[in-house]
Design a protein around this ligand. Structure first.
Ligand code: ATP
Length: 270
């Protein structure tokens, strides 16, 4: 992780992610149709768009989790990227326990694996990073608890702590606000604010910006597997801007809905 003394988003710096003409096919159908996207160090990018527009697929393509059927991908300037400890990925949904009796601390500790010397037991630095990650998201008191009995909001914080334990240079979260109550959304915003101040690059899949609005430096809107807008994020207005507005509802989009009815509905209609 970089320190607060380093300038974020240095001009001309090697992009964290660079996808050029990126195409992805799943089950014989092309999902992404030639995406050009760069994310520079220090940016906080919101990936938005209707359901099924390809946001999660794009994230997975950027991370190398799905093969490209066309185009090129670079992570930190490398086509053959191996330094996975630099990336913290919080997927959309994951059962943190997976049915296996496992404590919160054990799950968070698994986030250190890419940082640890092979076959070595956890070092003091590893243990410190795990403690720090749990404190950062307010779950230190849950360390010895079984992950199975946690609420949805607590499980999400465990997954975020697991990503933070690796002290990543970039954190990628797929719909971190979905199904999360207002208090936990605010807590997430505070955590991300601290990470951004430390120079961490952030890529978020979002349906609505909610309490993260002030953090976002660029919004990228996808529709039908293509980027249809890049620039300023939409501003919340009307009821959505009210402090008491609850941002927990999922958004089902009508089939074929257009960008301005949907991606930016987050601002108009949240
Ligand atoms: N493993 C897969 N096999 C086949 N098709 C897939 C697969 N994963 C996703 N798709 C399809 O790719 C398209 C884009 O899906 P994706 O999950 O990337 O969209 P999204 O914008 O993240 O949607 P949501 O907002 O609902 O999460 C959808 O039509 C989806 O059905």
């Amino acid at each position: 992780m970089t320190t607060t003394t380093e300038a974020p988003a240095a001009a001309g710096a090697t992009p964290v992610f660079r996808l050029t003409g990126g195409r992805v096919r799943l089950d014989g159908r092309e999902i992404l149709h030639g995406i050009d996207l760069e994310v520079a160090p220090g940016e906080v990018v919101a990936l938005m768009g209707p359901n099924g527009s390809g946001k999660s697929t794009l994230v997975r393509a950027l991370l190398g989790l799905v093969p490209l059927s066309g185009g090129t991908r670079e992570l930190f300037g490398a086509r053959r990227f191996r330094d996975w400890g630099r990336i913290g990925y919080v997927p959309q949904r994951l059962s943190v326990g997976g049915g296996v009796p496992v404590t919160v601390r054990e799950i968070v500790s698994s986030g250190r694996i890419a940082r640890r010397a092979r076959w070595r037991p956890a070092s003091a630095a590893d243990r410190h990073a795990v403690d720090h990650a749990m404190e950062a998201v307010g779950i230190a008191h849950l360390a010895r608890q079984s992950a199975g009995g946690l609420s949805g909001g607590q499980q999400q914080r465990v997954l975020i702590a697991r990503a933070l334990a690796g002290q990543p240079d970039v954190i990628v979260m797929d719909e971190p606000l979905a199904g999360v109550d207002a208090a936990n959304q605010d807590a997430l915003a505070a955590t991300l604010t601290r990470l951004v101040a430390d120079g961490v690059t952030v890529l978020l899949v979002l349906h609505e910006l909610g309490p993260l609005a002030g953090l976002i430096t660029r919004s990228v809107v996808l529709e039908h597997g293509e980027i249809v807008h890049e620039g300023e994020a939409p501003e919340p207005s009307g009821d959505c801007a009210e402090p008491g507005h609850d941002h927990v509802h999922p958004h089902a989009e009508p089939a074929g809905a257009s960008l301005w009815d949907t991606g930016f509905r987050a601002a108009k209609d949240c």
